[in-house]
Design a protein around this ligand. Structure first.
Ligand code: HEM
Length: 145
């Protein structure tokens, strides 16, 4: 899946992620505040989890994705399974757009001076490829059932 990203983009993502990692917990909390504020319709989907649990899950999945950008053979199957589970949670493509734009805004806020058009393009490409993989596998799972 990382085939869609250039080596330079992968490097930019790794560096920016390392730069925001010390503020990871704050970043994730801010992501959810922004998501629920801008897209209140998705809030009930998270009723079965606590904010603390959900924040840990998002952070660990971000770490998994960033660590495996150079290993599509690891990332591909993991995202397929994640996409199928998200189909069960009721996530649809418009939700992925909401999560993507919220993630980008939150990253821009925490990356500060480091953020620029190159980084924005790199994260947009990465999120686009990740969400496409998850949405496509969810569609396959739905067709099979
Ligand atoms: C690239 C995009 C996304 C990633 C990497 C991601 C990652 C995760 C992870 C790792 C979990 C933990 C449970 C599991 O592994 O199945 C999770 C749960 C969940 N996600 Fe996502 N997610 C993404 C997009 C979305 C979107 C677009 C929605 C819809 C608004 C969503 C809604 C949920 C819900 C409702 C749960 C279950 C919470 C619970 O009841 O425990 N996610 N997500």
């Amino acid at each position: 899946m990382a085939a869609e990203l250039t080596q330079n983009q992968i490097q930019l993502i790794e560096e920016s992620f390392a730069a925001v990692a010390p503020q990871g917990a704050e970043l994730v909390a801010s992501f959810y505040d922004r998501l629920f504020n801008d897209f209140p319709a998705v809030k009930p989907m998270f009723a079965n989890t606590t904010p603390a649990e959900q924040q840990k899950k998002l952070l660990s999945s971000l770490v998994l994705v960033v660590q495996n950008l150079r290993k599509p053979e690891v990332l591909g199957p993991a995202l397929e399974q994640l996409g199928a589970r998200h189909n069960e949670y009721g996530a649809v493509p418009t939700h992925y757009d909401a999560v993507g734009s919220t993630l980008l805004k939150t990253l821009a806020e925490y990356a500060g001076d480091v953020w620029g058009s190159e980084l924005e393009e790199a994260w947009t490409a990465a999120y686009g490829a990740i969400s496409k993989k998850m949405i496509d596998s969810a569609a396959v799972a739905a067709n099979c059932s």
